[in-house]
Design a protein around this ligand. Structure first.
Ligand SMILES: Cc1cc2nc3c(=O)[nH]c(=O)nc-3n(C[C@H](O)[C@H](O)[C@H](O)COP(=O)(O)OP(=O)(O)OC[C@H]3O[C@@H](n4cnc5c(N)ncnc54)[C@H](O)[C@@H]3O)c2cc1C
Length: 363
């Protein structure tokens, strides 16, 4: 029996977990390796911090889905790969052989996040710990100061949603500082840029521009670090060709450019034809294609590469921001939606994504 090994329960593999019965019916063994049984959906992360969503609202049931379909879940973290022997090694030394392996390992913040009161933006469930710590402090302290490093999408959403949380907790003297080397959401222009600045201002967020800031330099009770993301350090231990920032270099079929039975998707991969933004939207777009190509790699109907489908990278996608207080910003191409309707639509899309996986679980 051929074994398909899925490493990481990210936004692409969650769909394969949901479809694991199809692979099993084809006569394959499907194994999912991830440190935890469930995986937090990042699109709802800022709302998790604000208290709009509970931790349960944002967790995707990856292990249960794969088990329900007749696959196997292994709790663990990959630590190495031997692509010549078709074998991965987990932290702790256990090894697992495969016929085809796929990595969906996500990304990590580009910064030192050590320190008691310092919270990295990933993994997303850290935001639930931060919310709890802020709630505890609000019981006794009239002043709460939150510093957010990074003016990209994550930093902007988290600054706005920190303000939302402090407002909901009725903190008497809230202070939110956003440290950004450029303008918030640099690259976003016109009415979109003006709207983001207006919302941050209305939320009471003070913006400090023009300098890269380290967590140790921020005078705050809680420091949230969202300075940008890069593929996780473990990719360097896989012995695969990587891009400069550590992404596994993949071809149009989502395979490592060196090994046709090694696939990689989402933030941990770099598309060799031209890098894509590291956003969940692409990881989701790769779902069906990966399912098809894994299946064809294991049972090449009619022979080899010709039956794999290529990924077509369109660089336009729907960008969505939760700006707290029930407001948001959505845009794609020239289309823009702001305010409460934008939040409502984003919320509907995100809850729909979660339902797709929750409802697939019977019982
Ligand atoms: C606050 C915030 C909000 C965001 N909002 C959006 C949004 O609205 N829309 C959007 O498109 N993008 C958004 N993003 C970007 C988005 O989070 C990422 O692009 C997306 O999560 C990438 O998905 P992925 O499938 O590659 O990895 P992830 O979803 O991060 O999954 C990686 C998986 O790999 C597992 N893993 C990690 N290391 C190992 C290991 N060594 N062994 C085994 N398993 C491992 C993890 O447990 C996890 O299950 C947001 C990011 C942040 C920080």
């Amino acid at each position: 029996m051929s074994r398909i090994l899925l490493v990481g329960a990210g936004h692409t593999h969650i769909e394969l977990a949901r479809r694991s019965a199809e692979f099993v019916a084809d006569g394959c063994e499907i194994v999912l390796v991830n440190p935890y049984r469930s995986h937090p959906y990042s699109g709802m992360g800022p709302g998790l911090l604000a208290g709009t969503y509970s931790l349960a609202d944002v967790m995707l049931p990856a292990a249960s889905l794969v088990e329900q379909g007749g696959g196997r879940f292994v709790a663990g973290s990959v630590a190495g790969l031997d692509p010549e022997r078709n074998r991965i090694e987990l932290e702790g030394g256990e090894t697992i052989d495969y016929d085809v392996v796929s990595f969906n390992l996500g990304s990590e913040p580009v910064a030192d996040t050590s320190g008691d009161h310092v919270y990295p933006v990933k993994p997303i469930n850290t935001l639930a710990l931060l919310r709890h710590a802020i709630e505890q402090r609000s019981l006794t302290a009239p002043t709460i100061r939150v510093g957010v490093i990074g003016g990209g999408p994550g930093g902007v959403e988290l600054a706005a949603n920190s303000a939302h949380l402090l407002d909901a907790l009725r903190v008497a003297e809230p202070r939110i500082d956003l440290y950004t080397s450029d303008n918030p959401l640099a690259g976003v222009r016109g009415v979109r840029e003006a709207y983001v600045e207006r919302r941050l201002h209305a939320a009471g967020v003070r913006i400090h521009r023009g300098r890269r800031t380290k967590p140790a330099e921020v005078d705050a009770d809680f420091v949230l670090v969202a300075p940008g993301i890069r593929p996780p350090g473990v990719t360097k231990r896989l012995g695969l060709p990587l891009s400069e920032d550590g992404g596994i270099l993949i071809d149009r079929y989502l395979r490592s450019i060196a090994y046709p039975n090694v696939f990689a998707v989402g933030d941990c991969a770099t598309y060799a034809d031209g890098p894509l933004d590291r956003v969940g939207v692409y990881a989701v777009r790769m779902q069906l294609l990966l399912a098809h190509n894994l299946r064809r790699s294991i049972r090449p109907a009619g022979g080899g590469e010709g039956v794999l489908k290529p990924f077509t990278a369109t660089h336009k996608y729907l960008a969505g921001f939760n700006l707290g207080f029930g407001r948001g910003l959505l845009y794609r191409g020239r289309w823009t939606l702001r305010g409460r309707p934008a939040f409502r639509l984003k919320d509907r899309i995100d809850r729909g994504f979660m339902r797709r996986y929750r409802d697939a679980l019977s019982g």
